[in-house]
Each structure stands twice: as structure tokens, then as C-alpha cells.
Design a protein. Structure first.
Length: 221
């Protein structure tokens, strides 16, 4: 009888563990656990996306509610994708939009060149000057988009950059670059204000903004 009861008990425990693990693999239960831990630690972390591309639907929603937007990117391709399209079309109108992109005209052996070398290791189509040309193309895109609305400021930087920041007055998305994946395939942290990670994101952006230069972007008044 004891062996029978122990067998049932062990089966129940095993089933409970498997159920718990399967739930934690799902997004929402994992987000609930993350948010609970964040509440205790004060980090402000609410979600962890395995890939930044998976965060873009929620990002678009947060941009639609923003009073202001700050973006620091290593290339800027996300600015031309669907998540940001309502911003440039005028469907949503934050009071200000500040954008930091790398300076594509920096001398060789800059951060852009080092990042190009990293990407070329796992993406054979990535040549030495491709990243610079993509940044220039995105600057051209933003220059054109700025014609349709006011409040957009674009500055360029030449600083070590390991994290993409997309922040509003309420939330921030932090995507940490790796040496073996594009930014869109890298993990993304979603944090809310107030919180330690949100504060760090804004501090990093503001420091880079203070050490950047105005980019040639024009707007009509």
C-alpha cells in the first residue's frame, strides 16, 4: 500500500513539475513571474522577449500612447519598419522625437567598423561598408519623414554602443547586441517607469545625446 501511494505521489509531483515548466515556457506566465520579481527588486523589468522582433507589436502600441520618444540605435532599420510607421505618417504625434544614429562618416576603425566585423562573422553577405551605407539610407529616410511633421530631432554619435534603446515617458525597450546575431534576433528587455532599468536606459541615452552632433535633417515649421 505504501509503495502504491508513493507511486501516485511521485506521479503527481512529476506532473506538477512538467505543468509548471510548460507554463513558464509560455510568454504570459513568464511575464507574470518576471513582473512579480521586478516589484520586489525595484528593477522595473516587466517582460523578456527572446527576440526583439517579437516585441515590435507591443512597441507600436506604446509609441501610440507616448508623450515623447527617444531612440538610440546601431543601424536604425527598426525606424523604417511597421512599428514606427504611425509615427511618421502623423497618426500619432508625440511632442518630441529624439533619435541617435551612428555617424556614418567617422574615420575607419570606428565603432561602426568593429560592429561590421562582428556581424560579418555570422552573416557572410555583410561587407565592411554595408553598415555605413545602411545608416546613411536610414538617415535619408528620416530626413524625408521629418518633412511631414514637427518635433523630430536627429543626432549622430561615435561612441561604443552595445544596446538599442527605445524609450517613451512610460516604458523602455532595451535590446543588447551580441557577437553572433543581428539586433532583431537578440533578447529584448521591456521595463516600465519608475524602475532602475528604465532610469539606466534614459541615463545612457541622455549621455550619448549630450556627446553627439546635429545631423543634417530638415523640417518645415
Amino acid at each position: 500500500m505504501n509503495a502504491f501511494l508513493l507511486g501516485i505521489l511521485s506521479s503527481l509531483v512529476t506532473s506538477a513539475l512538467l505543468l509548471g515548466l510548460s507554463l513558464l515556457r509560455a510568454s504570459r506566465p513568464l511575464w507574470w513571474l518576471t513582473a512579480a520579481c521586478s516589484w520586489f527588486t525595484g528593477t522595473g523589468l516587466r517582460r523578456v522577449y527572446r527576440r526583439q522582433a517579437s516585441a515590435e507589436h507591443h512597441m507600436s502600441r506604446d509609441l501610440a500612447r507616448a508623450q515623447w520618444v527617444k531612440v538610440m540605435a546601431g543601424r536604425g532599420n527598426i525606424l523604417t519598419r511597421e512599428a514606427f510607421a504611425p509615427l511618421w505618417s502623423g497618426d500619432i504625434s508625440p511632442a518630441s522625437v529624439q533619435i541617435l544614429l551612428p555617424d556614418p562618416d567617422t574615420p575607419h576603425d570606428s565603432w561602426l567598423d568593429r560592429r561590421s566585423q562582428d556581424v560579418a562573422r555570422f552573416d557572410p553577405g555583410f561587407t565592411a561598408d554595408l553598415l555605413r551605407s545602411q545608416v546613411r539610407a536610414n538617415i535619408d529616410y528620416l530626413t524625408q519623414a521629418a518633412q511631414a511633421r514637427c518635433g523630430i530631432r536627429l543626432r549622430s554619435y561615435n561612441l561604443p554602443h552595445t544596446c538599442r534603446i527605445i524609450a517613451t515617458d512610460k516604458v523602455a525597450y532595451l535590446t543588447f547586441y551580441s557577437d553572433d546575431a543581428h539586433g532583431r534576433n537578440s533578447p529584448c528587455l521591456y521595463t516600465r517607469a519608475p524602475g532602475l532599468l528604465y532610469t539606466i536606459a534614459l541615463q545612457q541615452f541622455d549621455t550619448a545625446w549630450a556627446n553627439s552632433t546635429e545631423a543634417p535633417i530638415t523640417q518645415h515649421s
